[in-house]
Write a protein that binds this ligand. Structure first.
Ligand code: NAG
Ligand code: NAG
Ligand code: NAG
Ligand code: NAG
Length: 603
């Protein structure tokens, strides 16, 4: 990722504009541009990340963006295409921005990391499992919103009749978010069809309408440089199927949920099977007070977050793409869906902040390393979010400076237009507290009837070692923990699709890290219990013993079983809490009286 040149996309867009749209080979475009100039990063000349300009505009749900269509949707597709086609040697190209997350293991914008002998040297800059995980992605996402510059220069090339509309769209363009916890009728895929089809239809500035390679479907490496991207960042070691190195080594484009070509049916099955459980986990984290530090990441420094945390909820989304690029952190950010996924995580953080504004990042020691953070470093809200510079002088973005999203030029639909705490609470409740298969829109605030007679909420508390599965190469392999009511059915490929499957928690693994430290990741058992009660196999009174006897778990990845003994620090407990049911649609149910512990689930 050593930048040899820097270029504002808008400059070359005016010149070589036709070619990035028509073809995907950008080396051509770069050669058109007289504006690419040599620039060495140093004080006074760092890349200043400012975010989108032109006011505060909402990042909208990607399905809503598509449904609204018009100039905005067309411009979004054209801009994503041109952004991806930028020369990979350019500092603010799609390729180099994606590369900050993991591979290549080199510096970006002159921000040097640890030497090759330090474990973090092969981790990229992304602080997984650290207190900074949530806020680090804020400047990262606004850096990606450089997409606006690309969009603005395309807008300028539309003819008089439509130029104003395109320029207005360019002002308002922001990264859309992909809400993977949205309730959807079962005939609707969790990954929207327009993200999973190979072609997209656009109208060019010259008025021609054409079918192009869909920029939301994949990223085409141009070229795939093996000295930068290769199988070393994607090994599973002693993990299950060993497919990943070949994906990273050989595939000229990003792939989803398969080895050789994206399998969106498989991906959608993986995402759908967890939807009920995922929604319950998210709703709990957004509705119950915990400190910001607890909520924001799967850190192991502060008091652990027993209600759950947003990083742990986000992990299974990555693993659902296994063995594709989204699953190994080293290459995840190359898949365009990474950005919509992380905009969604950022939105969840913003929703939590809006409801509980008085808590923010507390000081925390890094339990693991990144390229620039050594294990044991004390991190707090003023720690540099490397490698993101706020200005050319070289000041870094920090968690403090990215606390208020409005300062960064964006908001989210629930928080815009005079939102009040009541309207935000009502919206969170309407979107996430009801069943998973009934379409709820953000504007609707009516609560699905989710209240039951029982006020005792049962949870399986998975104490998950984030880096607990030895990959045989000094690091940790990714894995999923699957929870069932009764023995899982069929072979390991079928387990998660059986009727008795409850939910998943996931570890993404990590290079050169092995640790027994665990983070609690609860799985809500209310839907499962309600089903068992209505089937007459147990009652509220007998629930505790029934669950303790019948809950079973397995470890796997991609349908391949992993022996439980290989993750010896993993433990699962049955816990419960009393729930005080809210009396109105704009207040939350409250978990009261702390957690009761009912012993270990051994199944
Ligand atoms: C319009 O622009 C597109 C993209 O640059 C190009 O492929 C197409 O040939 C152009 N159509 C006409 C009629 O010039
Ligand atoms: C594989 O990629 C890594 C990360 O960029 C790099 O450090 C390493 O040298 C590459 N390996 C080869 C054989 O090129
Ligand atoms: C993937 O492609 C390789 C060769 O490139 C082939 O050996 C393998 O069978 C393919 N796998 C699948 C699942 O199609
Ligand atoms: C918003 O409402 C929720 C739920 O009723 C409450 O817990 C929270 O403290 C309120 N936040 C603010 C800022 O008023």
């Amino acid at each position: 990722m050593k930048a040899t040149s820097i270029c504002v996309a808008s400059l070359f867009m005016n010149i070589g504009y036709a070619s990035p749209i028509a073809g995907r080979d950008a080396s051509e475009i770069a050669s058109y541009s007289p504006f690419i100039f040599e620039k060495r990063q140093g004080p006074g000349s760092y890349y200043a990340i400012t975010g989108a300009t032109g006011g505060v505009h909402p990042r909208v749900e990607i399905r809503d963006l598509e449904k609204a269509g018009g100039e905005m949707w067309n411009l979004f597709l054209l801009a994503m295409t041109a952004f991806q086609a930028m020369d990979q040697g350019v500092l603010d190209s799609y390729y180099q921005i994606a590369g900050i997350h993991g591979m290549p293991w080199t510096s970006w914008d002159g921000v040097e990391g640890s030497g090759a002998d330090i474990s973090g040297s092969q981790m990229g800059y992304c602080p997984h499992g650290q207190a900074l995980f949530g806020t680090w992605h804020r400047p990262y996402l606004i850096l990606f919103e450089n997409l606006q510059k690309v969009a603005a220069s395309i807008a300028n090339t539309f003819p008089d009749a439509t130029r104003d509309k395109y320029q207005d769209a360019a002002t308002k363009i922001r990264i859309p978010y992909w809400d993977w916890a949205k309730s959807l009728p079962t005939d609707q895929p969790v990954v929207p069809t327009f993200v999973s089809t190979e072609k997209a239809t656009v109208t060019f500035p010259n008025g021609t309408t054409a079918s192009i390679d869909n920029p939301l479907y994949d990223y085409n490496f141009h070229p795939l440089d093996h000295t930068q991207i290769n199988g070393t960042g994607c090994t599973l070691g002693t993990g299950p199927s060993g497919g990943l190195p070949s994906v990273c080594d050989n595939s000229l484009q990003t792939i989803r949920a398969a080895l050789n070509a994206s399998d969106h049916d498989a991906l959608n099955r993986n995402l759908r099977r967890d939807l009920t459980s995922r929604r319950a986990s998210l709703y709990a984290v957004l509705s119950q007070y915990q400190t910001f530090t607890q909520v924001i990441s799967a850190q192991t420094c502060a008091t652990l977050a027993r209600v759950g945390n947003l990083e742990s909820i986000h992990n299974p989304i990555h693993n659902a793409f296994f063995p594709g690029h989204m699953s190994p952190s080293s290459v995840a950010a190359y898949d365009p869906i990474f950005w919509f996924h992380h905009a969604n995580v950022d939105r969840q953080i913003a929703l939590f902040q809006a409801v509980f504004p008085d808590t923010y990042l507390e000081s925390c020691e890094a339990a693991t390393a990144t390229y620039t953070i050594q294990t044991g470093t004390s991190l707090d809200s003023n720690s540099a979010l490397t490698p993101f510079h706020k200005n050319a002088a070289g000041d870094f973005w920090t968690s403090s400076s990215s606390r208020n999203i409005v300062d960064l030029g964006y908001t989210y639909p629930e928080l815009a237009n005079g939102a009040t705490n009541e309207s935000i609470v009502a919206s969170i409740k309407a979107q996430y507290s009801g069943p998973s298969d009934i379409l709820v829109t953000t504007s609707k605030t009516q609560l699905q009837s989710s209240t039951t007679a029982a006020t005792e909420l049962y949870l399986a508390e998975v104490k998950l070692p984030l880096y607990g599965l030895d990959d045989g190469d000094n690091g940790a392999a990714p894995y999923n923990v699957l929870l069932f009511l009764g023995e899982p059915k069929g072979d390991s490929n079928d387990w998660a699709f059986g009727e008795n499957f409850i939910g998943t928690v996931s570890s993404l693994g990590g290079r050169n890290i092995q640790m027994e430290n665990t983070t609690p990741a609860p799985i809500d058992l209310s839907a499962t219990l309600a089903k068992a009660i209505s089937a007459g196999v147990t009652t509220n009174e007998k629930a505790k013993d029934y669950l303790k006897t019948n809950l079973k778990y397995r470890l796997e990845l991609g349908g391949v079983e992993i022996e439980k003994a290989k993750v010896s620090a993993l433990k699962i407990y049955l816990i419960s809490t009393e729930v005080e049911i809210a009396q109105s649609d704009d207040t939350f149910d409250r978990w009261v009286g702390g957690f009761k512990e009912h012993g270990r689930i051994e199944g």
